[in-house]
Design a protein around this ligand. Sequence first.
Ligand SMILES: C[S@@+](CC[C@H](N)C(=O)[O-])C[C@H]1O[C@@H](n2cnc3c(N)ncnc32)[C@H](O)[C@@H]1O
Length: 321
Amino acid sequence: MDLSETVQNRSNSPHRSVLLNEVIEYLSIKDGGRYLDCTFGAGGYTRAILSKGDCYVTAIDQDPTVIKFANDLSSDYGDRFNFIQTNFSEVASRLQGKNFDGVVLDLGISSMQVDQAARGFSFMQNGPLDMRMSVTGMSAAEFLETASEQEIADIIYKYGEEVQSRAIAKNIVYYRQTDRIDTTLKLAEIVRQSKHYRSEKIDPATKTFQAIRIYINDELGALERFLANAEGLLVPGGRIIVVSFHSLEDSIVKNFFKESSVKKIAKSKYSKEINNFPEGKWLQIITKKPLVPSRAEVQDNPRSRSAKLRVAEKIRGNHVT
Ligand SMILES: C[S@@+](CC[C@H](N)C(=O)[O-])C[C@H]1O[C@@H](n2cnc3c(N)ncnc32)[C@H](O)[C@@H]1O
């Protein structure tokens, strides 16, 4: 059964879940199982998990505006579902002692966030230059008001891989001497005018918006902190599934899986339970190469086009101390 149809239609979701069937397949949902959805969004993954078996889901999102979707799930599934509004980098301390049969992260922003001009993520529509998923902390406008030219250039280069970052930062600092850069369209226009050449097919503002968004939400730092504490969140044999949308995220996941994994689990006539593994090696990689959306999915949902899915499983053995 194609779950995406069921989920999107049933919940009339404003966000189309990416790689949903693949996520559900790799989670291998079982009755009585406990699952952790670290990026709840409109609840597409959570709803699909709950509909697959008589299981339990704890869902996390830092965005307070998703609570209405969480309330819908609560009324449909009662105590099989609970929601915590927090950053997933905090989840290990918030859920101390709890562990799960599967943990899933679907990184980045949701369609609700990007499509609402008032959230300030989009260079296509005018809105306040905000970009805060949690609606707290420093906004993008405040960052551009206070940061030095060098800092702005470095961030646009590092998180946007934008080679014209210096010219853009220079113009931002020039512009802010006379006017606040407090709307999305003001920033988009400054970026478009700063770029000397435009070889890309994408809007010239794409990379700068991505960079500032990643910085404002500390997206890569949150992912690293989450992964560093993920071992305690999984039962032996539990799976971690990450869907990422750009190479900076994907390489963090790829490298973490590689560094934390054993290449070969010794084949013995005994079960895996008796194997011992060195400290820090607690994973077995399930997807040697990342899975990507089918051509049909990309056609149906172009926002899925850069998605990559990686899966690893917590080893069932004991650590050598
Ligand atoms: C791509 S959407 C998830 C969509 C969801 N899988 C669905 O099917 O509806 C990503 C969500 O993760 C949330 N998010 C991103 N980074 C987060 C973090 N560090 N902590 C908690 N939530 C985060 C965003 O607020 C957003 O709602």
